[in-house]
Design a protein around this ligand. Structure first.
Ligand SMILES: *Cc1c(COP(=O)(O)O)cnc(C)c1O
Length: 375
């Protein structure tokens, strides 16, 4: 967490502990802080403050959008459109609705992880109530043609939701340009606290709440506001807005430095779109290794990376995102994601480039067969 975010939050965990729903001065102080945070989040995405609903994060925001639109449609035959590379926090609520009578289309992506806008258009049916396509992918960094998809949705009178968790505050995201009706974001991916996020709901778009209780968040999300966390999200949004252009340019340079160094390794293959991508994510697949072994070896060196793969019943499955790109198994099994951000330094990039090649060679030698180690 950015120390400036922590500093902004701290008073609201202790002496300024009013409940934003109370009429007394302590409550009104908390209410003012929540309103200020709401304005900051709205400002970052070109929304009105009243269109922001605070949630416990992007998972809840995605659930609230998907389930909320389906129930608000009152259509027992509601049809949803999403894509194969979505975060589980979109895919799972869509599948959950599909288990309760909704119809679901999961669109494939191209080799760069992009959904074809025309494929979205062709998938629309009279029963379609929602298109949910993420803005920036969390595993490969590919940015979707979201504005085109938003325009198609609008043209057909279908709601458009975008999970912009990875993009907001990193690249310009404007709900007007995207024509999005709903947009999800979370604080902890932007140097804010965990457990708080927001759902943008365009004015006039009705969603059925998933949390029923008090009338907080204009009746769209019951429960006492997590004031300190919301203040943290607001501070994170303001910092992102101030530093986005400069910071993203710096991070993209570091990413390019890392990519250039890794490209020299034999059998390295980069995933994601070469241009339409987030600056801070680099996904690379190495032939002849198992990414879990590589991750463990990197961790011993104090280098934290991710594979995105899941260990299911003893065998390692490549992530659904990498699988959707159509990579051959021998490459998919050796996929690593490096995430760069505000605190990342040139020295750290260079250290990875020094440590990784010999380590990779060692893991490759230890591996057995073309698919590497199988446990
Ligand atoms: C991290 C992430 C989420 C989940 O966010 P939480 O705040 O942890 O619930 C959802 N979507 C994307 C794209 C993410 O990167």
């Amino acid at each position: 967490m950015d120390s400036r975010v922590l500093a902004a939050m701290q008073p609201f965990l202790a002496e300024r502990f009013g409940n934003a729903g109370s009429v007394h001065g302590f409550g009104q102080d908390a209410r003012a802080a929540v309103d200020e945070a709401r304005a900051a989040v709205a400002g970052l995405i070109g929304a009105q403050p009243g269109e922001i609903v605070f949630t416990s994060g992007a998972t809840e925001a995605n659930n609230a959008a998907i389930i909320g639109v389906v129930y608000a449609s009152r259509r027992p035959d509601a049809h949803l459109i999403t894509a194969a590379t979505e975060h589980h926090a979109v895919l799972e609520p869509c599948r959950w609705m599909a288990g309760r009578g909704a119809a679901l289309t999961v669109l494939p992506v191209d080799g760069h992880g992009r959904v074809e806008p025309d494929a979205v258009r062709r998938a629309i049916r009279p029963e379609t109530v929602l298109i949910s396509i993420m803005h920036g992918n969390n595993e490969i960094g590919t940015i979707a043609p979201a504005a085109e998809i938003g325009a198609i949705a609008r043209e057909h009178g279908v709601r458009f939701h975008t999970d912009a968790t990875q993009s907001v505050g990193i690249v310009p995201v404007d709900v007007g340009d995207l024509r999005s009706d709903l947009l999800s974001l979370t604080a902890h991916k932007r140097y804010g606290p965990k457990g708080v996020g927001a759902l943008y709901v365009r004015s006039g778009v009705g969603i059925e709440p998933i949390l029923h209780g008090g009338s907080q968040e204009r009746g769209r999300r019951g429960g006492t506001e997590n004031v300190s966390a919301i203040v943290g999200l607001g501070a994170a949004a303001r910092l992102a807005q101030e530093s986005m252009a400069e910071e993203s340019a710096r991070i993209a340079m570091l990413r390019d430095r890392l990519a250039a160094g890794l490209a020299a390794i034999e059998g390295a293959h980069f995933n994601g779109h070469p241009r339409e991508r987030l600056p801070g994510i680099l996904s690379v697949s190495f032939e002849g290794v198992d990414s879990e072994s590589l991750l463990l070896a990197l961790d011993l060196e104090g280098i934290a990376a991710s594979s995105g793969s899941a260990c299911t019943s003893g065998s390692i499955e490549p992530s659904h995102v990498i699988a959707a790109l159509g990579l051959p198994d021998r490459l998919a099994a050796g996929t690593l994601r490096f995430s760069l951000g505000r605190p990342t330094t040139t020295q750290e990039i260079d250290r990875v480039l020094t440590v990784l090649p010999p380590l990779l060679a060692r893991v490759r030698r230890a591996g057995s067969g073309p698919h590497g180690v199988r446990r």
